[in-house]
Write a protein that binds this ligand. Structure first.
Ligand SMILES: C[S@@+](CC[C@H](N)C(=O)[O-])C[C@H]1O[C@@H](n2cnc3c(N)ncnc32)[C@H](O)[C@@H]1O
Length: 249
């Protein structure tokens, strides 16, 4: 796969954080909105991906598009991560401010950084042991984000992605998309007092994001090996894990 050429479909939501500070506008309501849209199920996904990340071998983890720090909080709660360091990063200062408050009791182990997942020149090549991104890949240019993940990981480092996916039984997937198309803009509009733009992006991202199999091929196309995935909630989301070649297994 040629990972250097970009296409419009590389950014499933057609979202550009540099042009629309949507997450800054909804930051204080983001967690409640997640509960509303997923009927609370996002909490299970976040716990699961946090466990999956905690169980990987790393000393320094970079979490991209960390949002309000919910997943990092779960990661740090795992006994196995007691002596490990997490860099929690996001492009939105307002989302990061909430993450900072949420993670205040772990200040000695967490560094908060304002970073664009598509281009992180402040992070040196081969400098982190693990890179995670959850529900963020569909709203950025995933070729650029995956290239950056590969660059900053040390040989042998782990990539962990939680993202929207496709329910294998097509009629159920269509029904799910119909539910999302009806509920997301309406609830988003109500909950934000008339600004449903975030949910237009997220809905488009869910619709346009590749299937779990296709994403696994894309990840492998960036040079990752041992790529595997696990579907959650019938495939509404999936967790992908890959390894940068080299280093110890
Ligand atoms: C749907 S939220 C996911 C937040 C968190 N990972 C979670 O699972 O709750 C998407 C986050 O991605 C951030 N984001 C959007 N584009 C980004 C980019 N290019 N680089 C870094 N973060 C970005 C937004 O500011 C927002 O906090």
């Amino acid at each position: 796969m040629d990972v250097t050429s970009r296409s419009a479909t590389d950014n499933a939501a057609a979202f550009d954080a540099h042009h629309d500070d949507v997450f800054g506008r909804i930051a204080t309501r983001y967690d409640v909105l997640c509960d509303l849209f997923s009927l609370g199920i996002h909490r299970l996904w976040k716990r699961r991906v946090a466990r999956c990340i905690a169980e990987e071998s790393w000393d320094t983890l970079l979490d991209g598009a960390t949002g309000t720090g919910h997943i990092v909080q779960h990661i740090l709660a795992h006994a196995s991560t007691r002596d490990r360091r997490v860099i929690a990063s996001d492009i939105s200062p307002k989302m990061l401010a909430i993450a900072e408050r949420r993670l205040a009791s772990h200040r000695d182990r967490v560094e908060l950084r304002l970073l664009d997942a598509e281009s992180m020149p402040a992070i040196a090549d081969a400098s982190v042991d693990a890179y995670s991104i959850s529900l963020g890949l569909k709203i950025c240019d995933r070729r650029r984000a995956l290239s950056e993940a590969f660059r900053v990981l040390k040989p042998g480092g782990r990539l962990i992605v939680l993202e929207a996916s496709t329910i294998a039984w097509a009629p159920l997937h269509r029904a799910y998309l119909a539910y999302m198309s009806l509920c997301m803009p309406a609830l988003g509009w109500l909950a934000t007092g008339g600004d449903a733009s975030a949910y237009r992006y997220l809905l488009q991202g869910v619709r346009e994001f590749p299937s779990a199999e296709a994403l696994a091929r894309e990840i492998a196309g960036h040079g990752f090996t041992d790529v595997r995935f696990e579907r959650l909630s019938l495939g509404i989301v999936a967790i992908h894990v890959g390894r940068k070649p080299g280093g110890a297994r």
